[in-house]
Ligand binder design. Structure first.
Ligand code: IPM
Ligand code: MN
Length: 358
């Protein structure tokens, strides 16, 4: 089969880690007889530099015409002081919206060979941690009405709005339930229903929808502040977590840190079709860009998720995951996950080691 993949390398370490993933995908293509074609397009800071905007029309067109999209990372100090509409982040938010990617799945998994990288006590993580955050990605306060102004009463002011419709809550609940059906049959829905109206609708809708369409699923509610605490107190209690755009943004960083190796975590963003956008959870790390020390594994695992979730290539996905596992077990480490007695390699070497083991 032939697959057309748009690669949005982005900024900072983006191009290096995407190169690593492409190397591994090519090894998979060779072994399993697939043709992966890669088309590179601009997004983020590099797009601002070359085209004056973070998301050129041409990039959107290419993504919408592709089979799927692989993204490195966007942003960097260089663009930090630009007006909001021409900042790199705007490119990322724009492509999510343009592709209708309302479902962002961020699995935070503790790799057994890296268990001692977790900042938590060993007893808390020894039985494994796998928190799958299902984050609503195209609604809520990220895309709600906002404004700023000035009046004599309050002086300068600004506001953003958190707004969710039943339909938006239902479709993300369905994604979480589908995932949970293949796992613990339990979802934890996170909100702030003790304060926010939008959260009260969230809670009511999640329960009604799950009960009607997935009667086997147990839904537990958890307030967001308590969730933040529970993730560090007892991370093993979580399996599938479903939540709003902003809560998912915050909790996924926390869950990722619990695994101790943000350089290892991938995420998928999907809408109603099979075309998705796959990216590492970490950012563009401008401080280490161009030094070939960035860990390419998160992006390689994002490519694996693409094979499984967009192309239905489960064997191929498993081949990448076990190649990563093997390389870790053999003791190869990039700087971010380096341990005593391990063998330190550069980012490109890590990718090559994984590709060789496909
Ligand atoms: C993320 C990032 C983005 C977000 C930023 C860069 C706009 O933090 O993907 O989690 O807030 O969604
Ligand atoms: Mn974030």
């Amino acid at each position: 089969m032939n697959y057309n993949i748009v690669v949005l390398d982005g900024d900072g370490i983006g191009p290096e880690i995407c190169a690593g993933a492409i190397k591994v995908l090519n090894a998979v293509g060779k072994k399993f007889g697939h043709d992966f074609n890669f088309e590179h397009r601009l997004i983020g800071g590099c797009a601002i530099d070359k085209c004056g905007v973070p998301l050129p029309e041409e990039t959107v067109k290419a993504c919408l015409a592709s089979d799927s999209v692989l993204l490195g990372a966007v942003g960097g100090y260089k663009w930090d002081n630009l007006p909001v509409d021409v900042r790199p982040e705007k490119g990322l938010l724009g492509i999510r919206k343009a592709m209708g990617l309302y479902s962002n799945i961020r699995p935070a998994k503790l790799w057994s060979s890296l268990a001692n990288a977790s900042p938590l006590k060993y007893e808390l993580v020894k039985d494994g941690v796998e928190i799958i955050i299902v984050r609503e990605l195209t609604g809520g306060i990220y895309f709600g009405e906002r404004g700023k102004g000035f009046d004599t009463m309050s002086g300068e002011y600004a506001w953003d709005t958190e707004k969710y419709s039943v339909a938006e809550i239902e479709r993300i609940t369905r994604i979480a339930c589908e995932l949970a059906m293949k796992r613990s049959k339990k979802i934890i829905s996170v909100d702030k229903a003790n304060v926010l109206e939008s959260s009260r609708l969230w809670r009511k809708t999640v329960h009604a929808y799950a009960q009607k369409h997935y009667p086997e699923i147990t839904v537990e509610d958890m307030l967001v502040d308590n969730t933040a605490m529970q993730i560090v107190k007892n991370p093993a209690q979580f399996d599938v977590v479903v939540t709003s755009n902003i809560f998912g943004d915050i909790l996924s960083d926390e869950a990722a840190q619990v695994t101790g190796s943000i350089g290892m975590l991938a995420s998928s963003s999907l809408g109603d079709g099979t075309r998705g956008l796959y990216e590492p959870i970490h950012g563009s790390a401008p401080d280490i860009a161009g030094k070939d020390i960035a860990n390419p594994v998160a992006t390689i695992l994002a490519a694996a998720m693409m094979l499984r979730d967009s192309f239905g290539l489960t064997k191929e996905c498993a081949a990448i995951e076990s190649a990563v596992q093997k390389v870790l077990e053999e003791g190869w480490r990039t700087a971010d996950i380096m341990q005593d007695g391990a063998k330190k390699v550069k980012g490109s070497e890590m990718a090559a080691l994984i590709a060789e083991r496909i």
